[in-house]
Ligand binder design. Structure first.
Ligand SMILES: [Zn+2]
Length: 421
């Protein structure tokens, strides 16, 4: 081969790689845009957004030619979940508050409608049994505003949360929030709502609360994990997972798009499936989109109990949750347990210079790897580091995500997965 030809080949190879990266990023972006669009309703329980997302993912698996593990791509289960499909209204002294921006209702809120006189309570009013009994007498038939002292002490915060949830059994509650509003999903509901209002919108002299909060408990609400496989040459498995559910909607006006959490991880999982559908792997690959993560790892727990594959044959589970930035690299949770896998991931990254850093954390039960780790499955949970990102609020939109390291992470993971021993 002449020098010119070699140079030409190098340029051609680099151009191809750049094209690959650009395609991976473009398709990843398209997945994030689809999953976060209003038509998917935040992939929660209002308008059954989670079921729409499940169909989308199964459609992608089918398009790529992934095989189902059983009759189809779905692993059904059910769980109780509290939801807020109806219009929500909150006014303090006649001033309308904006849902998702000025306030959130606690995910385990019950219903309350009407006008309530506000009674202001501090921690001291509730700590001792006598004071608490007296305070409950005073707030009966009214609504309580809780003024907690600013603290970062986790014991105090846990104690405050316990008192709040207790009060939700007696009266509507308003809690003053300093910092940011962060929503969640609850599997149960208490008799009354708790409204979390941004500091400054309710003061010591606020006197009247108008509430229109209606919850709907969905009993045994159907949900589905979505599973697709690519057959390998060995009898072993590598699981690549990402949860697709998010928080949904709080009434028709507050949408939680869940771009970083976890449209980004689903996009990566789908793009890895896309890659391996045309690049035969060594081990069987099982791509899993979990449901019910935000409600308490319900989908992955069901997967671990139902066992669609032999878990003793799983070499590694790679769980992807929050992959939208990556300016500072990625974090590997459970790295101190799955040490060999972590060391290989670091080595692959060192040789390929994909991301700035692959950092290690110990075990943590903070995403869908946890129920499988408990059953002895080796696992790494990866999330991105650095960059601006929103968490569990209405601002976690597709437009806010840079996907800065999406293509390099894809290149790192497809190289790493091919090398899993
Ligand atoms: Zn998540």
């Amino acid at each position: 081969m002449k020098l010119g030809m070699i140079a030409g080949l190098v340029v051609w190879t680099i151009t191809l790689k750049a094209q690959d990266d650009a395609q991976v990023l473009a398709r990843g972006r398209a997945h994030v845009d689809a999953l976060t669009s209003p038509a998917f309703h935040g992939r929660g329980y209002v308008n059954n957004g989670q079921a729409i997302a499940a169909e989308y993912i199964a459609g992608e698996f089918k398009r790529m030619g992934l095989q189902p593990v059983k009759a189809d791509y779905f692993q059904p289960f059910a769980f109780n979940v509290n939801s807020f499909p109806d219009s929500i209204g909150v006014q303090v002294d006649g001033q309308f508050l904006r849902p998702g921006i000025d306030y959130l209702v606690h995910p385990a809120s019950g219903s309350a409608e009407g006008r309530f006189e506000l009674v202001h309570l501090t921690a001291a009013d509730l700590f001792s049994a006598e004071r608490k009994a007296m305070s409950l007498g005073v707030v009966a038939g009214k609504a309580a505003v809780l003024h907690w002292p600013a603290t970062k002490n986790t014991d105090s915060l846990a104690r405050f949360a316990q008192l709040e949830e207790e009060l939700m059994h007696y009266v509507p509650v308003v809690k003053v929030v300093r910092g940011k509003l962060t929503w969640s999903v609850a599997q149960d509901a208490r008799p009354y709502p708790l409204v979390e209002v941004m500091d400054g919108l309710v003061s010591d002299s606020s006197a009247v609360l108008d509430l229109q909060v209606r919850n709907r408990m969905l009993a045994r609400n159907p949900a589905r994990n979505v599973l697709g496989m690519v057959k390998g040459k060995s009898k072993s498995w590598v699981i690549i997972s990402a949860h697709y559910d998010h928080l949904g909607r709080m009434g028709p006006d507050a949408l939680f798009p869940g771009a970083n959490d976890n449209a980004s991880g689903v996009a990566m999982m789908l793009e890895l499936a896309q890659w391996f559908s045309t690049h035969p792997p060594k081990h069987n690959l099982l791509f899993v989109a979990f449901a019910g993560e935000e409600a308490g790892l319900v989908g992955s727990e069901w997967f671990a109990v139902d066992r669609p594959i032999d878990l003793s044959k799983v070499k590694l589970m790679l769980n992807l949750d929050i992959l939208g930035t990556g300016d500072d690299g990625i974090m590997a949770v459970n790295a101190t347990v799955a040490q060999e896998h972590y060391a290989r991931l670091v080595d692959v990254n060192f040789k390929g210079r994909f991301v700035n850093e692959v950092r290690a954390r110990g075990p943590a039960c903070n995403s869908d790897h946890c129920p499988l780790v408990k059953r002895g499955v080796p696992a790494l949970f990866l999330y991105t580091l650095g960059g601006a990102a929103h968490y569990h609020d209405v601002n976690d939109t597709g437009a806010s995500l840079t996907l800065k390291a999406f293509a390099p992470i894809h290149a790192l993971l497809r190289t790493f997965i091919a090398k899993v021993k």
